[in-house]
Each structure stands twice: as C-alpha cells, then as structure tokens.
Design a binder for this molecule. Sequence first.
Ligand code: GRF
Length: 196
Amino acid sequence: MSALPRLVVLISGRGRNLQAIVDATRSGRLRAEVALVLSNRSDAAGLDYARAAGIPTQVIRHQDHADRASFDAQMLAVIEPLQPALVVLAGFMRILTPRFIRAFQGRLVNIHPSLLPLYPGLNTHARALQAGDAEHGASVHWVTEELDGGPVIAQGRVRIEAGDTPETLGQRVLEQVEVRLYPEVLQQLLTEPAAR
Ligand code: GRF
C-alpha cells in the first residue's frame, strides 16, 4: 500500500476547518494525512486540538522575525522537507510573500468566507449584510500573490436570513459550508491533480 499524500495545515486561530479536515482523514472521506499543523501564534486553540489528536505541531511566531521574508523563509524550511501534496491555509491570518507562494504554486490553497470575488479581506460577513445580499458563502481558491484573488476552485452558499448578525451568519457559513466544502475539495484536488 502506498503512503498517503501529506497535508500541511497552517492556522492562526480556533481551527474549526482544521478539525473538519482531520475528521475527514480519519473517516476516510479524505485520503491523506495531516503531517503537520503550523501556527504563527502559540495561543491558537487549533494547536490544542491538533496535539490532542496526536498530530505534529509547530509554532513559528511571526513576532520573532524582523520581516515577512525571514518568517516565510523559516516556514519554507520547515514545510519543504515534508514534501506536502497540498499546503492548506485554514484561518491563517498572515500575508505570504511571493517567494513562499511560488515555492508551493499549484499546491497552496485557502478557504475564504465569502463568495469571491466579493469581499476579499476581513469582516466578510458584516460586509455581505451591509450590502443587503440575499446569499453569502465561502470559497476555496488557489493562493496567488493577489490577496484572496487566486482562481476559485469551489464555492458553497447559504441564504441570508432576516435578523442575521455577522456572528450568526459567520457561524452558518462555517458549519454549513466551510467544514463540508474544504475536505471535499482537498480530496478532489488529490484525486485529480491534472485539474490544476
Ligand atoms: C474561517 O471562516 C475561514 O474561512 C477564515 O477564517 C476562519 C477560520 O476559522 N479564513 P477556523 O480557525 O478554521 O475555526
């Protein structure tokens, strides 16, 4: 039996998407192994989850680096030897340098909580409500040098309900779209690498 393709997952926070990805690897819906969870914050709750799940973790604090180039160089040095099939951004809140992005071109994906190209950047749920949109959702996309601007791979939608707040809407997007969509898309990318 051949070894499973390796994923490296980058997080900065609670890691709900990370959990969904790990669950999917363990139930067999996602035929891959999470080889490493890397965080730029030592207090990311997702690290506790990963440790409890027996997944290797590493913290590379961006504050310990003089600039983005040096931070990204250390991440590269940690990730490259693992030869990941995909590098998966899951609530990773740092802008990556062109050097890092090019090193993993065609293997670097992100999930963004909006129907891109609508609302790149932050506060997406509030912006969708403010605009009076009828629907909202999340997008999995390739990472390019343009922030939240790489080609969209797949999207999922929810209806915006009367009385939604950024919190209720964000929670619905996360639980009804993101945690389902991300593992499915990762499996699809691993199955059909020619689609890249
Ligand atoms: C998710 O909404 C994700 O789309 C966005 O940040 C949030 C991260 O949540 N990029 P979590 O850390 O996966 O719980």
